[in-house]
Design a protein around this ligand. Structure first.
Ligand SMILES: CC(C)(COP(=O)(O)OP(=O)(O)OC[C@H]1O[C@@H](n2cnc3c(N)ncnc32)[C@H](O)[C@@H]1OP(=O)(O)O)[C@@H](O)C(=O)NCCC(=O)NCCS
Length: 202
């Protein structure tokens, strides 16, 4: 496992995204550590994606079995290799348990922009964990990767996600009508964005 400072030395978003996919590393806050998802995370992934309260507003269908959940683990791991999406594991430092994930995808190198998505095991809600994980990630994205903008698209009704994002400094920018098709229907998307300069304002 490489140290973060040894990997991301460039003032170059494109190169840093390339390096993100090419290295194993971790970053930590007071209670959490964020690193890569591994096959041994299957039980924890099943706890998260097998819970219909967690998947309710997302494009993930609720996993009914561990075999079904394994497809998610395999997909996240394949995404590292294909450089399609970077899924961080969010683990408790003390227990090492995977309690959530945070994905970085739809990267636009020219615009230094990307989209994120996240979910947390319901047993760990309301402890400030996602606020802590997002804050760690957002600082990493702007100060280390040198990104310019992050977007998050939230399905109407998903109030907790809206609050968490706004707590971090994301701004509600608008509602895109019937933006996404999943679970056999078109869903509006509430678009939240945060810019590097929004972070500097704090
Ligand atoms: C959204 C989610 C990640 C929030 O995680 P969390 O760790 O519980 O959030 P935090 O504890 O950091 O909460 C931050 C603030 O959001 C608000 N909030 C969080 N969950 C809430 C809820 N269920 N109801 C009302 N407000 C809520 C609170 O104001 C909270 O601050 P407070 O506890 O100090 O009052 C979690 O609810 C989840 O996994 N939801 C399902 C997955 C999902 O919809 N993902 C989004 C895809 S874009």
């Amino acid at each position: 496992m490489s140290h973060i400072m040894e990997i991301f030395m460039e003032n170059n978003f494109k190169q840093n995204i390339e390096d993100l996919f090419n290295h194993k590393f971790n970053m930590s806050s007071s209670r959490l550590i964020m690193d890569q998802i591994v096959p041994e995370d299957l039980d924890s992934i099943f706890e998260i994606f097998g819970d219909e309260k967690v998947t309710e507003f997302t494009d993930f269908t609720t996993r009914e079995s561990k075999e079904h959940a394994k497809k998610i683990v395999d997909y996240f791991i394949k995404c590292y290799h294909d450089k399609e999406q970077y899924r961080f594991a969010i683990r408790e430092i003390d227990s090492k348990k995977l309690v959530g994930t945070l994905g970085l995808f739809s990267v636009s190198e020219i615009n230094r922009m990307a989209e994120i998505g996240f979910e947390l095991n319901q047993s760990y809600w309301r402890k400030g964990y996602m606020t802590e994980a997002l804050s760690l990630f957002v600082n990493f994205y702007f100060y280390t990767l040198k990104g310019h903008r992050i977007e998050a698209v939230v399905t109407p009704g998903n109030d907790s996600s809206c609050v968490v994002l706004q707590k971090i400094g994301f701004v509600k920018e608008g509602v895109f009508r019937e933006r996404d098709f999943f679970k056999n229907a078109f869903w509006d998307g509430i678009v939240f964005g945060i810019l590097e300069k929004d972070l500097l304002k704090e």
